[in-house]
Design a protein around this ligand. Structure first.
Ligand SMILES: Cc1cc2nc3c(=O)[nH]c(=O)nc-3n(C[C@H](O)[C@H](O)[C@H](O)COP(=O)(O)OP(=O)(O)OC[C@H]3O[C@@H](n4cnc5c(N)ncnc54)[C@H](O)[C@@H]3O)c2cc1C
Length: 419
């Protein structure tokens, strides 16, 4: 039987490992940390399984805000001056990818292929792993102070409509009934009924990896460093602790995938969009449905461990220390959304986290064969949508492993687009 090494045990690696097993491969996971642990973006994200996450981060006119991003270190998108020279090529590509509406629409279609059906797919995966309770499907709410604020986001909703997302508009009275604890400055909302959320992304990843292990997957607790390739064919994945023999390998190391991709011939513009969360562990009030306030661009979601607010984008690289003021901004916005929460949250009742979104500049992941060996496959760079998009990404991994046709058009995710 063919052996496949999955490199990285976040949500993308977990779904890839299960898909590889289903395709009949012997699977080894190479992961230096605890799967689903705090090192992974998959641990601390906003929990959204959003079939409406089809709008790439860069949209026309964003460049006009660049001076603000550089001058306001605490804005929702901030770029650290000291990191600017390193990030500049990525930023240029980022802005260009959203330069026209046509480009945004094209990206929207490619994203939709990865996120549609996601709540059902996750529900099935969770059920099989014995953690069905971690996936809830009660929709996702986008909340606005006024209808005019919703209309000001016309492009985003046009992309959603054209890619097949459906929604319900909710007026003030209905919003009060649905969300009695929400601050009254929000008077309009949009409900995406097909949306879902995960109540504990870290535990979910751990359960999926546990299931793969129960089905025979071997886990090697070490860091992958490169590949042994002879005449274009993969022999082994190199690690800190020697070689792991493999016929195929899938790179799923999230924001840490760049050096591995380079080791197999692809110099790809992978950057980290650092994000933060705050969790209030004993909140008594909060949203009935996970929600995103238009004036904060953050997700507010109940989890098993408390009320989580997640968001912010900080371009400052993998090495810089967290700036916890950014997590405090999230906390303060959450408190403003729910006046029933205490004005001061004691430090032992709140937890802050920072993690690394693995982001390509055009808002699409890299999924496809590496140029240095057709035995190595890229599956990383999922940016803001890695949780929701992991099962469909794994379908592409499984098709590649089995030599079958891709179940949907895979070309938009190819590394060759950066060639
Ligand atoms: C604040 C925030 C909010 C977000 N909200 C959402 C959301 O609501 N919905 C959504 O869909 N997405 C969201 N995302 C994005 C999502 O979390 C990521 O896209 C996704 O978790 C990426 O998964 P991954 O498996 O590729 O990477 P990770 O989860 O980062 O996992 C990578 C793994 O690779 C391991 N690794 C690293 N280097 C090596 C190596 N050399 N060898 C072996 N293993 C290695 C790491 O230890 C880690 O466990 C959010 C992200 C953030 C930061």
């Amino acid at each position: 039987m063919m052996r496949v090494a999955i490199i990285g045990g976040g949500i993308v690696g977990a779904c890839a490992a299960l898909a590889a097993q289903r395709a009949g491969f012997i699977v080894t996971l190479i992961e230096p940390e605890t799967p689903g642990g705090e090192q992974a973006a998959s641990y601390g994200n906003g929990c959204w399984l959003s079939p409406s996450s089809v709008v790439p981060p860069a949209v026309p006119g964003l460049w006009k805000k660049l001076p603000k991003f550089l001058s306001d270190p605490l804005g929702p998108l901030a770029i650290r001056w000291s990191y600017l020279p390193k990030a500049a090529p990525w930023l240029v590509r980022y802005l260009l990818s959203g330069w026209t509406e046509a480009r945004v629409m094209r990206t929207g279609h490619a994203l939709r292929a990865l996120v549609r059906n996601a709540p059902e797919l996750h529900a099935a995966l969770a059920e099989e792993a014995g953690v069905g309770h971690l996936i809830e499907r009660r929709g996702l709410l986008y909340i606005y102070p006024t209808r005019a604020d919703f209309e000001a986001e016309a492009l985003a909703w046009r992309v959603r409509r054209e890619t097949g997302v459906k929604w319900l508009e909710i007026g003030e009275d209905e919003l009060r009934q649905r969300e009695p604890d929400l601050d009254r400055r929000y008077r309009f909302a949009v409900l995406v009924e097909e949306g879902g959320h995960c109540r504990n992304p870290g535990a979910y990843v751990a359960a999926l990896i546990g299931q793969a292990e129960a089905q025979g997957m071997k886990r090697v607790r070490t860091r992958a460093t490169g590949f042994t390739i002879e005449a274009g064919r993969l022999k082994a994945v190199r690690t800190d602790q020697g070689e792991v023999a493999a016929d195929r390998a899938v790179i799923c190391a999230g924001a840490y995938s760049r050096a591995l991709a380079r080791a197999v011939g692809d110099n790809l513009p992978l950057e980290t969009e650092r994000g933060y969360h705050a969790v209030i562990t004993d909140a008594q009030v909060g949203p009935r449905t996970p929600m995103m306030p238009s004036d904060g661009k953050m997700s507010l979601t109940w989890t098993e461990t408390g009320l989580r607010v997640a968001g912010q984008v900080e371009i400052a690289g993998l090495a810089a220390a967290p700036n916890w003021k950014r997590a405090e901004i999230l906390r303060d916005h959450l408190l403003r959304c729910f006046p029933g929460l205490p004005r001061e949250v004691p430090t032992d009742k709140i937890r802050f986290w920072m993690g690394h979104r693995p982001s390509m500049p055009d808002g699409l992941p890299c999924i496809g064969p590496a140029s240095g060996s057709s035995d190595v496959f890229h599956c990383f760079g999922h940016g803001h949508v890695g949780l929701v998009a992991a099962p469909r990404s794994a379908e592409l991994v499984a098709a590649w492993l089995s030599g079958a046709a891709a179940p949907f058009l895979a070309q938009p995710y190819s590394a060759a687009r950066f060639g």
